[in-house]
Design a protein around this ligand. Structure first.
Ligand code: ATP
Ligand code: MG
Length: 386
């Protein structure tokens, strides 16, 4: 049984709570469990009252959905009241609270995600999730087509969980329903889609699931024109598990278009564009070239580009090791140094900095501050004499 700090205190306050969803699944699969979520046959108000009476902090995270975050031993646990769906429209659900565990389990997506476990380790498995998990079967709770029409995100969730837990032939009913209903993905919010796509591409080996997405024509909805062969090559080379690096391999078209379509965060957009920039280092680049590249681009990005650009030439592994071992050179001159030398504050300072920096780069980023400033002085003198 999982025993994270804080769980005992939570269970003392809410003895009727059960661990649910991913935690039970991963515990049974013998995989590491990160977040432990709980469900309770109590209303959120009752949860708040009991948790506070026990001296723990209760944060009303999503009361409308019945979720209270309980803080115990410095960790937050989501505790959600058992629910039943009153109405669904393919994107949102209207729920009401219930005290029936099976009703709550039946609104969850897959049998492997619909199990719950009590404090003493008793597992409640209403739909054969344990057996499916052992056999590598990702199966909807109930009829696949009906469950997808309730929430089209489940199409992408199917791929996420299939990538992680699936083995062999995917469930035929699920695949048929996905093919029929795939257009529903278009109606989902960009944020939900991108969050799922990332998790799909975060699988150890996403090649089979990406092929399945292509066969079901879902791939063209989320990543039109995807270059599967490049993804396959990237994975085969042993590149790290990195969703954005994999997107960079798959994308054939405009990264900006993709980033805007799925509303990537600012940081993700910058990283994706940097990974996809064409100026990769050659595997036999000398130290000066490497240093120059590092002055402009973080090592992490240069390493990512090396995975994307890797070809038959030898030396890629060595190149990555050299990048990783090299400290990022820092241009030693600041604007105020230039001002001290007599350049009036203003755009002229930037121009001088830019010029010295280019000289510093060309020299392999070895000149120190004194040498750089001497160069500035010489240039200024030259201007004065001209
Ligand atoms: P992960 O380890 O990837 O976080 P997880 O099982 O915790 O896996 P979540 O997306 O965090 O997955 O969802 C938690 C649980 O909530 C699921 O296990 C499932 O029971 C239920 N769930 C979440 N989203 C849906 C959905 N769209 N439809 C039905 N059930 C869902
Ligand atoms: Mg989770």
């Amino acid at each position: 049984m999982i025993n994270q700090p804080g769980m005992a205190a939570l269970w003392d306050a809410l003895p009727q709570a059960r661990m649910v969803g991913g935690a039970v699944r991963d515990m049974l699969a013998g995989r590491p469990v990160a977040d432990v979520d709980f469900a309770v046959p109590l209303s959120p108000q009752e949860v708040m009252a009991r948790v506070e009476a026990a001296g723990l902090k209760a944060v009303p995270t999503g009361l409308a959905h019945g979720t209270v975050t309980v803080v115990a031993a410095g960790r937050g646990f989501e505790v959600t009241s058992l629910r039943r769906d009153v109405a669904t429209d393919g994107r949102h659900a209207v729920v009401e609270f219930t005290d029936d565990w099976k009703t709550d389990a039946s609104r969850r997506d897959f049998t492997i995600n619909a199990m719950s476990a009590t404090r003493d380790g008793a597992v409640f498995d209403y739909f054969g999730g344990r057996e499916d998990l052992a056999a590598g079967r990702v199966r909807f709770v109930g009829e696949a087509a009906r469950r997808i029409a309730e929430d089209y995100l489940r199409i992408l969730r199917f791929f996420r969980f299939f990538a992680r837990y699936g083995r062999g032939v995917p469930d035929a009913q699920a695949v048929a329903a996905i093919v029929t209903l795939r257009e529903g993905v278009r109606g989902l919010s960009a944020e939900r889609v991108w969050s799922e796509v990332k998790r799909i591409l975060q699988a150890d080996d996403p090649r089979a699931v990406v092929a399945l997405m292509r066969e079901t024509a879902v791939l063209e909805l989320v990543l039109p024109g995807a270059d599967e062969a490049r993804l396959a090559a990237l994975v085969a080379r042993g590149a790290p598990v990195d969703a954005l690096l994999r997107v960079a391999a798959l994308l054939r078209g405009d990264a900006g278009l993709f980033a805007r379509r799925w509303r990537l965060s600012g940081a993700e957009q910058v990283r994706l564009a940097a990974l996809m920039a064409q100026n990769a280092l050659a595997p036999d680049a000398d130290d000066a070239a490497l240093c120059r590249a590092l002055a402009d681009v973080p090592g992490e990005i240069l390493i990512g580009r090396s995975w994307l650009g890797q070809d038959e030439r030898p030396g890629w592994e060595g190149l990555r090791a050299r990048i990783a071992a090299m400290a990022r050179p820092v241009f030693p001159v600041l604007g105020r140094d230039v001002v001290m030398l007599g350049v009036p504050p203003g755009p002229g300072v930037g121009a001088v900095l830019d010029q010295v920096r280019r000289w510093w780069l060309a020299g392999g980023c070895v000149a120190d501050k004194r040498t750089c400033l001497a160069r500035v002085r010489a240039a200024l003198d030259g201007d004065a004499h001209a």
